[in-house]
Every structure is written in C-alpha cells, then in structure tokens.
Design a protein. Structure first.
Length: 184
C-alpha cells in the first residue's frame, strides 16, 4: 500500500489508529482490539487496484469514475479471501461502505446484516476521511467532523457514534493535524 499510494497508506494508518483508540475506549480486551485494528488497517487494501489518476483526482469523480472507485471494496475482499484472514476481517474489507439504511455499497446491506466489527470500522473510516485533506477539499476541522457523524443518523450506528465521542475529544486534545489526502 505504501509503495502504491502514500495518501491511501496514510489513510489506513489513521483509521487503524482511530480504531485502536475506539477499541480501548470501549473496553475491548487485547484480542478484540487487535482484530479491530487489523481490520481497519486492511479495510481499503482494494484501492491498490484503482488507477492513481482516479484515486487522487483533484476534483469530483464522474459517475463512471465513482463506480470504478467503489469496486475497491469487493476487489479487496477478493484479494484477501482464501489467504487465512478470518471472516470478520474479510467482512470489514468488503462492507465498510455499507450504511444501515441500505444506501451503501457493494451489497446494499441493511441494519442487522452489517456485522458489529464492520460498523465500528465504518465510524472510524468516515471520521478519518472527513479530517483528512483531500485533493478536492481542505480537511474538515475535527470539531465539525464529529457533528457530521452525528448528522448521519440512520446511516451510521447511533450508539457507536455516541461511544466514539471520547475518541474524537482525545484527538482534538492531541492537536494533531492530518495532512493526507484521499478516500471516497
Ligand atoms: Fe473504502
Ligand atoms: Fe477508507
């Protein structure tokens, strides 16, 4: 991933860091925290199959480009399948863009069909993506990014979004500025 695209690599590290903090904040034991962090680190592995010109396009993607970008979830799942990764991690790679109301991709899963580990990573992924610099926009200030998560009621798990608040507070206190690009 690092060799392929630095911004995507940085994004995966950021989401993994947020996931590690989230697991700790939720009181997960070492094994669950490790699984969550590992899943987060791998969630966008399919992006190495997406042309860099689309990945880092300095503007909105058109419909065709969006469709191609969205293949990264199923491509990552296909890449890791049969290589000793457990089903929970594979589900995160495939389903991290699914939304509770069925508006996500690639399978349009609804509510309870989306496993807990996937929901956890999705919250971290959406937040991480907001606070990153993208080729087409400046980072959303961390204090506003949490409000955006809150506004995604019905799409993200509301209990998990509430539980994520202490993680974002700690992130604000740490005063880290995130300079990486990408992910849609
Ligand atoms: Fe993704
Ligand atoms: Fe992502």
């Amino acid at each position: 991933m690092r060799r392929f695209d630095d911004a995507t690599h940085q994004h995966c590290l950021l989401v993994a860091g947020l996931a590690a903090a989230f697991g700790g904040s939720l009181g997960f034991g070492p094994a669950d925290r490790h699984r969550l962090t590992r899943a987060a680190l791998l969630h966008d592995v399919g992006k190495i199959k997406i042309p860099p010109a689309i990945l880092n396009k300095p503007g909105k993607l058109d419909a065709e480009e969006t469709a191609l970008m969205r293949t990264h979830a199923a491509l990552g799942y296909a890449m890791l399948g049969g290589n000793g990764f457990d089903d929970e991690i594979l589900a995160v790679v495939r389903s991290h863009h699914e939304m509770l109301d069925g508006s996500g991709y690639p399978d349009g899963l609804v509510g309870h069909k989306i496993p807990d580990l996937v929901r956890l990573v999705t919250v971290c992924d959406v937040y991480g993506a907001l606070i990153e610099r993208r080729p087409y926009r400046a980072p959303v200030p961390a204090e506003n990014a949490y409000e955006t998560l809150r506004g995604m009621t019905g799409r993200l798990d509301a209990h998990l979004v509430s539980a994520f608040k202490p993680v974002t507070d700690a992130f604000l206190l740490s005063n880290i500025s995130v300079l990486t690009a990408e992910t849609r």
